[in-house]
Design a binder for this molecule. Sequence first.
Ligand SMILES: O=C1O[C@H](COP(=O)(O)O)[C@@H](O)[C@H](O)[C@H]1O
Length: 230
Amino acid sequence: MPTEHLFATGAQAAADIATRIATLLAEGIATRGVASIAVSGGRSPRPVLEALSAVDLDWSKVVVTLVDERWVAPDSADSNERLVRETLLQGAAAKARFVPMKNDAADAYAGQAAVEADFATLPWPLDIILLGMGDDGHTASLFPEGKELAEGLASKALTIAATPPVAPHQRMSLTAHAIVQSHHIFLQISGAGKKAVYDRALAGGAVEELPIRLALLQEAVPVEVWIADA
Ligand SMILES: O=C1O[C@H](COP(=O)(O)O)[C@@H](O)[C@H](O)[C@H]1O
């Protein structure tokens, strides 16, 4: 069962997540000489990344990457890389090694082999994987009814190219195999709608129905969930 942290607001939850991440990154540097984190995109992680950026760490020993990416230019408003560069990789934190999930290939399928090669250079298992969850129960870019979902759940690769059934842009995503190759999985949930989906996922059932179950229903990696009322 995940460890749950309950907060009234997303801002309070974000501050607490950033503190917890900073502690683990410092421990990673102290014990292994390098610390690593993969962060999600979308709206939820922004305040976490902003708070984390202000933390006093030896950022030159931190590797930062993404859980998923939209196959758009890095200056696009939809780019998760842009989000990370504008929030986390500022000030002293700009010294972190950032590994993008998007390259110059014409589409995500053509670019996947090079992304996979880059991701093979990361220090697995990563210290932290910060997941988000969509209202449909997707996590990373593993979408219910996505045509690549079965492969994303079964593949031994680290990354997979995917086309969301509804949402825009081709994606690059960590596979389930990569997500559970981490020391810690963190999940952000905010609002009653997502809380209801989270509760349903936790109650059990097919991972294909609610892909967030790939994290919640496994026992190999400890999972912490920050739940904010709003
Ligand atoms: O498409 C995506 O959505 C999920 C959830 O995003 P949010 O805006 O509701 O927080 C996110 O975790 C994922 O990384 C992103 O690409």
